[in-house]
Design a protein around this ligand. Sequence first.
Ligand SMILES: *Cc1c(COP(=O)(O)O)cnc(C)c1O
Length: 353
Amino acid sequence: MNLQELARDNVRALTPYQSARRIGGHGDVWLNANEFPRAEPYSLTQPLNRYPECQPPALLAAYAAYAGVRTEQLLVSRGADESIELLIRAFCEPGSDAVLYCPPTYGMYNVSAEAFGVARRTVLSGDDWQLNLTAIETALDETAPRIKVVYVCHPNNPTGSLLDHDDLRRLLRMAEGKALVVVDEAYIDFRPDMSTASWLSEFPHLVILRTLSKAFALAGLRCGFTIAHPEVIQLLLKVIAPYPIPMPVADIALQALSGDGLQSVRRNIAEVIDNRRWLQQALSQCSCVDRVFPSEGNWLLVRFSDAERAFRALGEQGIVVRDQRQQPGLDGCLRITIGTHEECERVMQALKF
Ligand SMILES: *Cc1c(COP(=O)(O)O)cnc(C)c1O
């Protein structure tokens, strides 16, 4: 029996998302997945014999307060990644609809669409990684396939850039009545002043993705949020699993969103920004570095004169970073997550070749 033959065509052809964990590596300094370098101490308190609530009310209330939105505008999911997929499942008809995204960017928009048999349209970012609105507008007018969801990433992984707010508003206006505009704010906690959350009353087709994986130092928890118009949230609730949030996840997420939790998140963010500034400065004086791109996230995108050699030199010192050379426009680029100060120093030591 040929099991491959049984599988759907698009799944047989699919290259799964090459996550940092899947790619793996050898070393003791893990700067390849934009994680926070230290664990926060959390403890579990809940009994586990009962099913959890689909959307734990206390957790919704705590995140709504943090984000400055109403609980009806909020969905909690298994990381922001699950939400990327729920949006496709709820809004895109396989075979006739499409999603649009702007490379170089996060890889899951592509992978999730492909897994569901939904077409992908890409519009490359322009100067300073800003949106090519003319090309996006043309694409939004096409009817076969019809674009239903536009994913933009703000700050953008891996370029580190924020999108111009006027451009984002223009994008929202041109997508009105045609498509959802999903602003992936996975790293917005590092630049909360640039969030689009306050625009929701103006744009019912705006959807915002958030996560506890990055600034909250909880990548292992798998907890993310979608902020959107209550009707969008209700549609997503139709396709989400009945018990997507395990009780220990809700429990720990609540601790992270408490007064004490948020205070340590703010301390951690300040530490990341300090270390980023130090590493940016040090790298820009390194003879092997062509360019360090300014970053608003917890990583730096670096163009090396010989990226192969830099990747190898780092690897030989047990430092695992993320290769970005396969992305359009990112020749010679590696993405280095901001670790502890000591880990940043080890990066610089390793690059003395
Ligand atoms: C890490 C990341 C995510 C996924 O977040 P999870 O909550 O861990 O699933 C989504 N978008 C971007 C841009 C990311 O970098």
